[in-house]
Structure formats: C-alpha cells, structure tokens
Design a protein around this ligand. Structure first.
Ligand SMILES: C[S@@+](CC[C@H](N)C(=O)[O-])C[C@H]1O[C@@H](n2cnc3c(N)ncnc32)[C@H](O)[C@@H]1O
Length: 246
C-alpha cells in the first residue's frame, strides 16, 4: 500500500489495468471504508500486522519458538517450574495492581529470593496507541499491599529509580517487562544491560506489538549482539520469555 500516489507500476496488458492503477483503487477504497469503521477496528487491523511482523522477526533472527502454551499463567508456570527452589532476583517493570509480582512471589518460596517491582503507579507516561492513553493504569500513586518481606517496590518513573538502583547479589535473574511502551522498555533494557548475563530470563507481556516492546528488544539485540532463545511463549506470542544463551 506504500508508494507514490502517481506510480504507474507494471502494466497488465491482458486486463488493461496496471498495478499502479490497482493500488490507487485499493487506497481509494480504503479511505472510503475508513469512515464506517470504529477506532477499535482500525486498532485491531493494525495489531494484526504486528502478529505477522512478530513471526517474521523471530525467523529473521533465527529464533525458534518451542511448543506454545495457552495463557500468560501457563507461560509464568513454565518459568516458575524451571526455577522452582532456586533463590532468584525477580525484577518487574510495570506493576500496576501487582497481579504478576504476587503470582510469582506466592509460587517461588525460597527465602533468599527477592521480588522488586518498579512503577510510577501514576499510569503510562505517554499514550501507548490510539486506544490506550497517557495515565492508563494509574493507581493514584498507591503500590499494592503484599504481605511478603521479600517483595519491595521502587516507586517513580524508571528514568528516576533505575539509575540509582543496585540489584542485590543473585545467581539467577528474571526480568519481567510489562510497561507497554517503546520508550519505557528501551530505557529498562539499556539500564539493565550489564546485569543480563547468560541464563537471564527476560519476559515481555506485549511482545507482539511491533512499535513498542518488539522494537525495543530488536534494537537491544542489534546494539549488544546478545543472543537469546525463546524459553516459552503463548500462542499469539503476546506473552514470551527469552533466555540469554550468548
Ligand atoms: C500493564 S501495566 C502493568 C501490569 C502488571 N505487570 C500486571 O501483571 O498486572 C503497565 C504499568 O507500567 C507502568 N509504567 C510504564 N512506563 C513507566 C515508566 N517509564 N516508569 C514507571 N512506570 C511505568 C505504568 O504505570 C503501569 O502501571
């Protein structure tokens, strides 16, 4: 659909209509259908391109996806089962009401594990897309209540809290990135670069969004030349965990 409006393209002598003319007709039609569609439908159409791109991108990186599971809980469970009794450092970026950090801390019971959650608790710092606007997910500054001394929250924008953060000693790091935005994901990956050693897991919660988490991870791989495998993923590749292998 891209290309100059007046490009004539290849001629199709048999049909008497060139590709350029066909393309112009499709664009014309699209702008006439647009007015009868809702924002939600346009968003869904846009998102469907992202699923295609996610599959294409993984192939282009030579990353194979093992058996896919049904849900986010299944993705978490696969990781949790692999880590079960080890002491781990779990860092979550984008905590909101604490559903994920609670899930992880309730299941990984090693007393030396630590669960650190980072969030402004003021919602998204900028609009994510045409539907999800700045401020979404705000809890009015309130961190969740979790009755577990191993769980700690670092309240503020990542750009403020991460530079001064020093992770406690650990052998196994798990990073859960659920901040939705390209800018936030990019910042987190860069800030943690030196801690992402071979064996580190990085989980993304909206990976199949080509303009945000996928884009930030793609740039991170290009910049660092780190190599990852997929540890586990959901069917749509929305929920996906990578493990550093080199
Ligand atoms: C989708 S919610 C997190 C959901 C949570 N992980 C769960 O499983 O329920 C995204 C969160 O990211 C936070 N967030 C996004 N960018 C941020 C940034 N740069 N600094 C701090 N918090 C940020 C928002 O405040 C929001 O609470």
């Amino acid at each position: 659909m891209n290309g100059p409006e007046d490009s004539s393209g290849n001629g199709d002598a048999a049909a008497g209509i060139g590709w350029g003319e066909r393309l112009r007709a499709v664009k014309d039609l699209a702008t006439r259908i647009g007015p009868i569609l809702s924002k939600e439908i346009i968003h869904t159409l846009d998102a469907s391109i992202s699923y295609l791109e996610t599959g294409r991108w993984l192939k282009s990186e030579g990353i194979v996806v093992p058996k896919r599971v049904e849900s986010r809980a299944n993705v978490y469970d696969q990781l949790i089962n692999a880590l079960r009794d080890q002491p781990i450092l779990y860092l979550e970026f984008g905590v909101w009401q604490g559903r994920s950090i609670r899930y992880w801390s309730e299941r990984l019971r090693n007393p030396d594990s630590r669960f650190h959650g980072f969030d402004s608790f003021e919602g998204l710092p900028e609009s994510w897309n045409m539907l999800f606007k700045k401020g979404l997910f705000s809890t009015n500054g309130q961190a969740p209540q979790i009755d577990d001394s191993r769980v700690e929250f670092f309240k503020g924008w990542f750009e403020e809290t991460l530079p001064g953060y020093r992770p406690p000693q650990h052998d196994q790091l798990v990073i859960n990135i659920d901040a939705d935005l390209y800018s936030s994901t990019k910042f987190v990956l860069n800030a943690l670069k030196d801690y992402i050693s071979v064996g580190t897991y990085i989980y993304f919660d909206e990976f199949c969004d080509r303009n945000n988490e996928l884009r930030a991870f793609d740039e991170f791989l290009a910049e660092t030349r780190m190599r990852f495998e997929v540890a586990t993923a959901s069917r749509s590749l929305m929920y996906i965990a990578f493990r550093r292998i080199g």
